[in-house]
Design a protein around this ligand. Structure first.
Ligand code: UDX
Length: 445
């Protein structure tokens, strides 16, 4: 009998298992629960499971707490695998695959999950974790009985629930032996009415890595256009607007700034480059993408020095610690690299972030984490806007901020602030790829 219809009445929807209650796991669990499924979640961290059982959400993701709360009756949390295996046959693997020193993905957590499930013919491992191309085949070879479906996630932090519910596409990769499991996974997404890409496992794995690497390439490309624009007097925002209207290019991920960060792009770009290298192919383009991203962070320090000369003894405020707004995630955040570099140059660094400050205290040795933006800019010789939190736009720059600062210098790493207004208020303003001449000119209608 089709497993979806094996349970009567209200629970006619297939129950699912989620292994790993981190960000991907919780968003997946809460979203499937919202779609009506009973979701059995397993995490090995006892405190995390206890907190989730109490209704506490250990991460910051807009809408996630509400969704978990609303679907509490359908969500079950445990530290043990057997009850999950007993109640669900489709097991979404959502454990993390952090980079090793070499840039390869560390698959030890995935391996542990696979070993725990073993060769069960009743179950399929549905891989949401980002894994190197070839992982699925390797697992299927070792555990021939176990079903295996690759179902990569394309969620963005800060908008993950919406991304889950309204995906551009759902990718499902499976071998012929697991086609029935793949059908069941596809059925879970039916209510979303999204295009489904049914393919083989290796291609599904590659779609995930290639998508992230392509988006990172787009960012490094526009950052280089911004750098050249600074020299040649063009305004990168105008250039991106003009480019983005070409449907073949599209407007997204053309926002120049101080480089990409986060838990995915840096890791996945390195992983793909490394994977190619291990297969004997030197992926030159990705080597450049990574290098440009690193240089972009360094250019911020150069912009401060251009105005201040030596940074020894200077007070620098960093606004924003999270790698992007609406998240408390500081993994691979530019702020961390920047703070360390500024401290290395002899500056005193104060940082403020609306949600990520506390998390980052240990990762920001030597920097002072402040309770407000105004506290951070007190006596500052320069402010660097690192993360485009909306509240930073609302600051009274011409008044309260200007009065507190010693030297009115702003390096806007996200082209987020109104540069022309700041210049008019007496600030020195440095954006990314927006030379002052462009700021002074009236914006085209
Ligand atoms: C990304 C992918 O978008 C998502 O599909 C995948 O599942 C995980 O990785 P996320 O890490 O949440 O999601 O962040 P995203 O919004 O994509 O931004 C990544 C980084 O690129 C951020 O540091 C952001 O500031 C930077 N970025 C993004 C730019 O510098 N310019 C842009 O135009 C877009």
């Amino acid at each position: 009998m089709d497993a979806r219809f094996s349970a009567p009445g209200a629970s006619a929807l297939e129950p699912i298992g989620v292994v790993g209650c981190g960000w991907v796991g919780l968003v997946t669990a809460a979203s499937f629960a919202e779609l009506g499924h009973a979701v059995h979640c397993r995490d090995i961290v006892t405190e995390r499971v206890a907190a989730l059982e109490r209704g506490e959400v250990p991460i910051h993701e807009p809408g996630l707490s509400d969704l978990l709360e609303r679907n509490r009756d359908r969500l079950h949390f445990t530290t043990d695998m057997p009850p999950v295996l007993e109640r669900a046959q489709l097991l979404f693997c959502c454990v993390d695959t952090p980079p090793t020193y070499s840039g390869d993905a560390d698959l030890s957590r995935v391996e542990r999950v696979v070993d725990e499930i073993g060769d069960s013919q009743r179950h399929a491992l549905v891989m949401k974790s980002t894994v190197p191309v070839g992982t699925g085949h390797a697992i299927a070879r070792r555990h021939e009985g176990l079903g295996y479906v690759s179902n990569p996630e394309f969620l963005q932090e800060g908008s993950a629930i919406g991304d889950f519910m309204r995906p551009d596409r759902v990718v499902i990769g499976a071998r012929a032996e697991s086609a029935a499991f793949a059908d069941r996974v596809a059925a879970l997404y039916d209510p979303l009415e999204a295009p489904i890409v049914r393919t083989d496992v290796a291609s599904a794995e590659m779609i995930k890595l290639a998508s992230n690497a392509f988006l990172a390439t787009k960012i490094s490309f526009i950052n280089e256009i911004a750098n050249v624009s600074e020299e040649l007097g063009a305004d990168v925002a105008e250039v991106a607007r003009g480019m983005g209207l070409d449907e073949r290019i599209g407007p997204k991920f053309l926002q120049a700034g101080i480089g990409y960060g986060g838990s995915c792009f840096p890791k996945d770009v390195s992983a793909l480059k490394q994977l190619a290298g291990n297969s004997g192919y030197h992926f030159q383009l990705l080597t450049a993408v990574i290098e440009v991203n690193e240089l972009q962070k360094r250019r911020t320090v150069g912009k401060l020095k251009k105005h201040l000369g030596s940074l020894v003894g200077r007070e620098i405020a960093l606004l924003g610690v999270a790698f992007k707004p609406h998240t408390d995630d500081v993994r691979e955040a530019t702020s961390l690299v920047l703070a360390a570099r500024l401290i290395g140059e002899g500056a005193s660094v104060r940082v403020y972030d609306p949600v990520a400050g506390e998390h980052a205290t240990d990762l920001l040795p030597g920097a002072q984490v402040c309770a407000s933006a105004l506290e951070a800019v007190e006596e500052a010789d320069g402010v660097v806007l690192v993360t485009e939190w909306p509240e930073f736009r609302e600051l009274d720059w011409a008044g309260e901020v200007r009065e507190r600062m010693t030297t009115p210098l702003i390096v806007d790493g996200r082209n987020f602030l109104d540069g022309a207004a700041l210049v008019a208020a007496g600030f020195s303003y440095e954006g990314v790829g927006r030379p002052r001449a462009a700021l002074a000119a009236p914006s085209p209608a």
